[in-house]
Design a protein. Structure first.
Length: 181
């Protein structure tokens, strides 16, 4: 695996791309395709839509990168594009009957309990207010620092921390409600 310190920063790749080096954008695609896919997947909940959102986000970045004011903020900008596209997919969906998860009887009991807990947690995250959900998705699942979360969520770092704190409190309440029912 290549030494991360030898890899060019996003700002350098964007600047090279804007200067005519098309391979620089290819490097950005390689860097962000999987993280954007997983971010989108947590919103849309299926592989096909997540792949579509990731592809559309990167195409949009390719087309509109010249409008980016701060080339150093590429990551936050492309994540924000992906989140907006994912939210559009979710909003445009027709309500569908939820399919029951069929679990093989052969799975160990502990695994079944863990899977059920994860399913409840994912469902609880979807019930958070949009800003809190975004902060949790970026901080926990994308493992971004609060500075990057704030940039993507278009708020201050302190606001991102407060939203995260309130989201965790809300998740505890939602999970307790699930356990009691």
């Amino acid at each position: 695996m290549a030494d991360k310190s030898s890899e060019p920063e996003d700002a350098e790749l964007v600047a090279r791309f804007l200067g005519g080096d098309r391979t620089a954008f290819d490097a950005l695609v390689v860097r962000y395709q999987r993280p954007i896919y997983w971010l989108a997947y947590r919103y849309v909940g299926n592989d096909a839509d997540a792949k579509d959102v990731a592809q559309r986000a990167l195409v949009q970045a390719f087309v509109k990168v010249r409008a980016l004011r701060d080339v150093g903020s590429f990551r936050g900008w492309v994540y924000r594009v992906a989140v907006n596209l994912a939210l559009n997919v979710v909003r445009d969906r027709k309500p569908a009957a939820e399919l029951e998860d069929h679990v093989a009887v052969t799975q160990p009991r502990e695994r079944l309990i863990e899977d059920e807990t994860q399913r409840h947690l994912r469902a609880a995250v979807t019930r958070l207010p949009p800003q809190q959900r975004l902060v949790v998705e970026l901080r926990v699942f994308a493992e971004l620092p609060f500075r990057a979360v704030a940039e993507i969520a278009e708020c201050s770092e302190d606001s991102a921390k407060v939203n995260f704190h309130h989201a965790l409190k809300r998740l505890r309440v939602l999970m307790n409600e699930e356990n009691e029912s």
